[in-house]
Design a protein around this ligand. Structure first.
Ligand SMILES: C[S@@+](CC[C@H](N)C(=O)[O-])C[C@H]1O[C@@H](n2cnc3c(N)ncnc32)[C@H](O)[C@@H]1O
Length: 416
């Protein structure tokens, strides 16, 4: 069959337009992975190009922006998904083991696939995960967050990577990246990840992603107060498989953000059940008083319409103490779940957020989530670089998978 060395983008662009991964293109064209790899590198055939054009037309793909496939690990209620769906991504796999979070996720995303549970089962069998171009993972932060670490210390329990139920989930994520080698990934975690265990945890993570997996990795802590009236600092770890000009650190964040008043429900519409009971309010005041007299800054925080709040936590349902809304002439109140949805940017502009779970579960879900407009900002900034990465390399690499060194496992010994 005649092979022409043609513009190497042509084959890749057609795959993207038709929404085909290299593996699927191989099936459509009835050729091997090896042949596809040659096509990707510019040695495709007229027949292959014609067939792909027909396939793209059949699928109704125009010449508009390319689309890509992504997976959403530790999905929570899908904050990362919203951002990457917004730039043309199609979510092909979701893993979230909490049934209540699954309920919220299932209701708010249409065209859904079945939601998968424990990520670890998929890290053991990554072939069960469909091919994808981008991997998103907000791996659990309790093993690294200040609150999580102090609680575990107090209970005499190990934290970080040594917390064997949660700390090693990063390595499960890394194993999936190693197997699928997506064009890019975005990982998200608490800011404290950088300083946990004197920086050793973070150094290990960056070493695995950079040196073992060979990705070009950049990180940045971004606070959400540029978009919502909440100060919530999260670290974003972005990796591209191939070198790129994307520069995370130099992205210019928007100017002044909104104030709390812009997301509060009208006074008269807030159910009185959100106002603290006299008992809880007395308790919180006494607790603060006790700690203040010892020179500690512990205790509740009160906010008014012109303020920007502290970070909403997953324990907000307990007493709401980190963000109490001042009510003139009355005891303060908690935020309502709808206000939390707004504070986290889930309910915003034209986007409405449905809450099918109890208040307790809703508070936990928002307290665990990522602030959506921050992800939308990041996804927008990454978009042109994702597009050019996909056009150059058609998504998934056909290179041999690499292995990940895990502190919780015996080293893998390759027998040749
Ligand atoms: C920090 S939240 C993720 C937030 C989310 N990425 C977002 O976009 O808002 C971590 C989530 O991981 C889930 N999780 C923890 N361990 C898991 C496991 N082994 N498999 C699947 N999900 C898990 C938790 O239930 C929690 O919802």
């Amino acid at each position: 069959m005649q092979q022409t060395h043609r513009d190497e983008n042509e084959f890749n662009q057609l795959c993207q337009r038709a929404g085909l991964t290299p593996g699927e293109a191989g099936t459509v064209l009835a050729v091997s992975d090896r042949t596809i790899a040659r096509y990707i590198n510019g040695s495709s055939t007229d027949l292959a190009i014609r067939t792909l054009k027909q396939e793209a037309e059949k699928r109704g793909a125009g010449t508009g922006p390319i689309s890509f496939r992504f997976i959403d690990l530790f999905a929570g209620i899908g904050g990362l998904r919203i951002g990457f769906q917004g730039i043309g991504g199609h979510c092909v796999f979701t893993s979230e083991w909490d049934e209540n979070a699954q309920k919220t996720y299932g209701l708010n995303f249409r065209d859904n696939h079945r939601l998968a549970g424990d990520v670890r089962e998929y890290a053991e069998n990554p072939d069960l995960i469909p091919e994808h171009d981008i991997l998103l993972a907000g791996f659990p932060c309790q093993p690294f967050s200040i609150a999580g670490v102090s609680k575990k210390n107090a209970l005499g329990r190990p934290h970080g990577f040594l917390c064997d139920t949660q700390g090693t989930l990063f390595f499960d994520t890394a194993q999936i990246i190693a197997h699928h080698r997506p064009a890019a990934f975005v990982l998200e975690n608490v800011k404290n990840l950088e300083s946990h265990d004197k920086g050793r945890t973070f150094a290990t993570i960056i070493n695995v992603l950079t040196n073992e997996l060979g990705y070009h990795v950049q990180t940045r802590v971004i606070s959400s107060e540029h978009w919502v009236p909440q100060r919530r600092e999260r670290i974003f770890i972005v990796g591209f498989r191939e070198p790129t000009d994307f520069d995370l650190k130099s992205l210019k964040l928007p100017g002044n953000g909104p104030k709390l008043g812009s997301i509060l429900e009208p006074h008269e519409e807030v159910d009185p059940k959100y106002t603290l009971t006299p008992r809880l309010w007395e308790y919180l005041q006494a607790y603060k008083e006790k700690h203040n007299s010892k020179g500690n800054g512990f205790g509740y925080s009160l906010f008014g319409p012109d303020d920007v709040t502290r970070t909403l936590s997953a324990r907000y349902y307990k007493d709401g103490s980190e963000i109490l809304v001042a009510q003139p002439g009355k005891r303060p109140r908690r935020l309502t779940p709808l206000e939390c949805a707004r504070l986290m940017g889930f309910d915003r502009g034209d986007r409405r957020w449905k809450i099918p779970v109890s208040d307790t579960q809703a508070y936990r879900q928002f307290g665990n989530a990522v602030v959506v407009p921050v992800v939308e900002f990041l996804a927008d900034a990454m978009k042109p670089f994702i597009e050019s990465a996909l056009l150059r390399g058609a998504g998934r690499s056909l290179a041999a998978p690499v292995t990940v060194t895990r502190p919780d496992r015996e080293p893998v010994i390759a027998h040749g």
